[in-house]
Write a protein that binds this ligand. Sequence first.
Ligand SMILES: NC(=O)C1=CN([C@@H]2O[C@H](COP(=O)(O)OP(=O)(O)OC[C@H]3O[C@@H](n4cnc5c(N)ncnc54)[C@H](O)[C@@H]3O)[C@@H](O)[C@H]2O)C=CC1
Ligand SMILES: CC(=O)C(=O)O
Ligand SMILES: [Mg+2]
Length: 564
Amino acid sequence: MSVQKKIISCPLKGSELLRNARYNKGTAFTKTERSKLRLNAKLPPVIETLEQQLKRAYDQYACLGDSLQKHIYLSDVFETNQTLFYALISHHLPEMYPIIYTPTESQAIKKYSQVYRYPNGCYFDIEHNDPKYMKEQLAEFGNPNDIQYIVITDSEGILGIGDQGVGGVLISVAKGHLMTLCSGLDPNRFLPIVLDVGTNNKDHREDPKYLGLRKDRVHGELYSRFLENVIHSVKEKFPNAFVHFEDFGRIDAKPVLDRYSPKLPCFNDDIQGTGVVTLAAIFSAVRLTKSNLSDQTLVIVGAGTAGVGVADRVVSSMVKEGIKVEDARQRIYLLDKDGLLLDEDADRATDGQKPYLKKASDFSDKSSPEQIDLETTVSKAHPTVLLGVSGQAGIFTEKVVREMSKHTDQPIIFPLSNPTDLMEAKASDLNEWTDGKALIASGSPVPPVKRNGKDYYISQCNNAFIFPSVGVAAVLSECKTLSEEMLLAAADGLASTPRDYFASDDSLLPDLGHVREVSRHVKFAILKQAVAENNCAGHVPSDEKALREWIEKNEWYAEYQDYA
Ligand SMILES: NC(=O)C1=CN([C@@H]2O[C@H](COP(=O)(O)OP(=O)(O)OC[C@H]3O[C@@H](n4cnc5c(N)ncnc54)[C@H](O)[C@@H]3O)[C@@H](O)[C@H]2O)C=CC1
Ligand SMILES: CC(=O)C(=O)O
Ligand SMILES: [Mg+2]
């Protein structure tokens, strides 16, 4: 669908207009526009359509051999002509998505200071820990009502590649691109922010080209005050903006969310987005195995930000199915780098991990048991669901998977770590070791597994299927805070998306090629819940037909506007 074209007044002229990615149309400026906007001799004479421009841009892209070069090329298009950028990627979404997001995004972030060409958003550093300065800088990015959505990272836990210092700004940028591509957020109303609080990444610190602060990463009281200044300044300058926290380190992510979620509309993508998308994929899987969520036993490997986030969402949903919270928690086994989390480790456990500690005496008859590894946990707990959010490649070994398969007919196994080379197991191995029975979803995109003449589609279970819908629904509803029920509605909405959007009968999540339609379905579910709980400051239609039309009408499309 496309919106009716509007004629707008263009605030820029001449070379300045050609250098402005928001208003630039390049060779697509019409004859009249060229005359009125002082562009005549500044462009080659042929006037092209967006379709003709797309063809050239795609040909230029396709002849680049390497993914990082392709990423750089697309970033250049974004910096020169925003409409062309979003139209190009929308036309080739499954192909270009791994270039602008995981896995290539991780290379671009690691090499940020080497391949740097232009600034990418708002950079706040701990050496300017002053709200007056912050407010002045934010004012440069727009008037109070201009910015609707802000992604903030402190860059300590970027994907599975850890502390990336200032280069983490690119994760905020990438998440913003997906907000637009997947859910139609107006890209001009988005602001990416990176918090540079130092880095403990030695490679970056020793790199003469490194563009961030060369000092130890700050934690504790000073970090909290800095973040408080940032949030306070953001709320003052952009009072209606929704705040999305991305890739914070495992120590700070949950406390930051717990501190701000009761006060402002905000969201932690790694905790909540990952939890919701994983829950939706598990819903699909249990439908195939003809069971219920609360019948499942889960082993989650990696008890950090994402691991605890998934566990908490599964518990909320099991409770909704009618079981007691303590019983739901008993069904979830969390393992971290020292093995299964046990009650005797309570003093080392994070607050988020504490509800899931298991009795050491249930796993060992020794007075002081050794670590309980994954294989032992699987052999004792008999999980039906095995999730990997550890960033540890290959940790789901053949032995572990074969042990799991002894106790369940159709094991549900999701190696969710990003990028691709950090997946806990290869999809093809999981398929082989379970004789094609495993129901698999992965964090980064992987091609279908071909085995015995059959194609097994591997759904991508990535929070990118959720945060764009949650984010736009929150913006549209102007919700006061984001409730757990709205998140559960998002999981239900995603799992109940029409089957036409799935690649095959046994796909666990819809196909990326339909993400825009899927996102409408998810936004509808979230907004209905927001209305039901009277959580909207904005006007949201309550009639279902009107609500669906309103959702679609509020999407941004990559189309040129006519300039008066
Ligand atoms: N598919 C998706 O949508 C998402 C995937 N992820 C992926 O999950 C991974 C973890 O991300 P976060 O939770 O944000 O990081 P995190 O650093 O907060 O958590 C990782 C946890 O894994 C633990 N760990 C390390 N070695 C381990 C081992 N050998 N066995 C068990 N646990 C081990 C760490 O101690 C840590 O607690 C990353 O690769 C990330 O890309 C994260 C968010 C969303
Ligand atoms: C997908 C994502 O948010 C992550 O890997 O951190
Ligand atoms: Mg993340």
